[in-house]
Design a protein around this ligand. Structure first.
Ligand code: COA
Ligand code: ZN
Length: 305
């Protein structure tokens, strides 16, 4: 099996994971969670989103979260932004990177950011200009790449058209997101290969939701095609509030377990990550999908005398 030797895991639990939790989670709990993730060696953490507080009340404390975390050297703290206003706020709060979300379908774009796809791409271009002046890189997550809750299956060509316009706008990295968890490994391979063929140098990431249990199978398809960046949510919490039926991301500790079993380096301490997962479970106060929290890591059998 041809696999990369190193993978960068981006933790999205504090944002994608928490954004649909109904009860407001106090800022200090979010901060403790982010600090536990950084302590486990997670190299990149999407700490919050600078969106309209009416759209996502859970993220209303974005400024306070970024101001309160003790920043660990070497960890990159990113923030999701939908538009220039969000970028201004995130830059003022000293986010290390911005992540703009752009949908590949019109209906999802309207539901999520109340803009057409073209308007959303223009908003992304405005974010890139603002961030450039501050020397902050901008990544872009393209949502509903494999299927839309409103429009059904999404043809790869539509995704490629959106990616082309985002590359023209100057984004530094593209993440292909399966917002509602409908992708399968063959589709992942096809889309990844199509993007790589057209933009061989473009840093590419994958963002899967485990809604139908294919999340890690899709990761394996990405790995076999050389993709080295994956988003995941600690304890497996989360859902998109604007995509009916959406459930959690792939679980960070389950992903890291898979990667380490495959001898792929992540820089993450799995035991410390499990501590962060327990904290996340406590913070949300309900059962979570994590397999590793239930089973624990592979048992260590003492050596026979
Ligand atoms: N943060 C805070 N306030 C914002 C904002 C932002 N990122 N963007 C716009 N606003 C404010 C404007 O300043 C304006 O305020 P005013 O009425 O006092 O002048 C008001 O919101 C309306 O601006 P408008 O551009 O018309 O926004 P909108 O109401 O059409 O909402 C979004 C658009 C993108 C801001 C909103 O839909 C949103 O935040 N969506 C995020 C959804 C999300 O997080 N999804 C999950 C992630 S995938
Ligand atoms: Zn997501």
């Amino acid at each position: 099996m041809q696999l990369p030797s190193r993978v960068q895991v981006t933790e999205v639990g504090p944002r994608d994971g928490l954004q649909s939790e109904p009860a407001f989670i106090p800022t200090e709990r979010k901060v403790a969670l982010i600090e536990a993730l950084a302590a486990a060696g997670v190299p990149r953490i999407e700490a919050t989103s600078f969106v309209h507080p009416r759209a996502v009340p859970q993220m209303a404390d974005a400024e306070a979260v970024l101001a309160s975390i003790r920043r660990r050297p070497g960890t990159r703290y990113t923030a999701l932004v939908p538009n220039a206003r969000g970028a201004e706020r995130a830059l003022a709060a000293r986010a290390d990177e911005l992540n703009v979300v752009v949908s590949s379908t019109e209906a999802m774009s309207q539901a999520n950011v109340r803009m057409s796809v073209a308007e959303s791409i223009a908003a992304c271009a405005a974010v890139v200009r603002l961030a450039e002046a501050a020397h902050v890189p901008v990544a872009c997550a393209v949502t509903t790449c494999f299927g839309c809750p409103y429009e059904g299956p999404v043809a790869p060509q539509r995704v490629l058209d959106v990616v082309a316009r985002l590359v023209d706008a100057g984004v530094a990295e593209i993440t292909l997101a399966d917002t509602i968890g409908v992708a399968n490994p063959r589709q992942v391979e096809q889309l990844v290969q199509a993007v790589q063929a057209r933009w061989p140098q473009l840093p590419l990431g994958l963002h899967f939701h485990d809604t139908r249990g294919l999340g890690l199978a899709n990761v394996l398809a990405g790995l076999q095609n050389g993709v080295t960046r994956y988003d995941a949510s600690v304890a497996g919490v989360g859902a998109c509030p604007f995509a009916p039926g959406a459930t959690g991301n792939i679980t960070t500790e389950d992903l890291v377990y898979l990667l380490h079993e495959l001898d792929i380096t992540t820089g993450i301490d799995l035991a410390a990550l499990l501590d962060a997962a327990r904290l996340m479970r406590e913070v949300v106060g309900h059962e979570v999908p994590s397999r590793l929290l239930r089973a624990g890591p592979r048992p260590v059998v003492p050596a026979q005398p």
